[in-house]
Design a protein around this ligand. Sequence first.
Ligand SMILES: [Zn+2]
Length: 379
Amino acid sequence: MTSAAPRSRVAVLTALRHSGELTQVEIGAATGLTAGTVSTVVSGLIDDRLVRVRDVVRTGRRARAVTLIGPGGPLVGVHCYLDEARVLLDPGDGRAVVEAVEVLPDGHRADVAVDAARSLAAGLLAEQDLDPADVLQVAVGVPAPVEVRTGRVGGAGVRDGWGPVVAQPELFAPAPVVFDNEGNLSALAEARQGAGRGRSTVVQVSISQGVSGGIVHDGELVHGRTGTAGELGHLTIDPLGPVCSCGNRGCLQVYAGSAAVTSLLAASHGPMTLAEVLDRAAQGDPGCRRVLSDVGRHLGTAMASVCTVLDPDVLVVGGALSRAGDLLLDPLREVLAERTAVTSGAVVDVVAGELGASAPAWGALLLARDTALAGMLAG
Ligand SMILES: [Zn+2]
């Protein structure tokens, strides 16, 4: 491919990065380019094997759908979390993305998660008969805030142990590696190819063992000044509440994480896993339903402020608790209706995430693709 990247080519690739697949007419609408220019750029991208084109029918008319397949080599997306490591491999040659996951012990150290991810990635590469040396880019989502400009872990004390791990650029050598907060990556995936698809401003909050979040505007993550924008788990619900892992008191995470849910039920129901709470709530258990409703209301208290500031198109709720569906989301919607109507006029659309536990790994794969494409375009 040419080393220079004409502006129209970058514009078409950007539209495709955000949407995955668009018709040529949709690319024209998204970029403001003429049909002729779009056609010329797409032909060049086909020659460079960055896109694939197929004939489709849209609103009764024949159209050419353009799918981004580049940058033409294997990409790896990794999610290191508090209870598992998950890896997605895109072979980069038209074969489907493959996935592997390993459950991790409670309270494991950061390097345990990364070692697990490395062996999962090696296993997937071997299974697909790919050489690790050919991997173009690895991206890793970590349960800690990452300063995008410096690549360092921010917010000292939020997650001990992740700083030294993120500081090792040779972690997946010889492939280059980039890191971001896993809540950000989950939001990126839901915004581009999940429940927020086609919407302009997407706020995503994930409730699992921890509470994380991310903000995406027009297909790109909002990182803020240092990279910690969207750390929604540390919004204050009660300044006199229990102390959080970040050192503040009464953060959303203290009231909405899975430990909060199970501990509230310990006296009445005995020890339960989160999955058991969700199952019994679905079967009608009033105590389990009440706890999920309370989480939804706490979430509403925190998200009302976020929605007042950002006025997003959609609020996506992901993570393990999102399986509760409307048992969680209806109380959230009620609080948002009470507290945001004055400022935004209409209550924000609240939906459950579509990508499940794989959302952060899908976001990591998208970040790997973005990074590799940016490297190619920079020549
Ligand atoms: Zn906190």
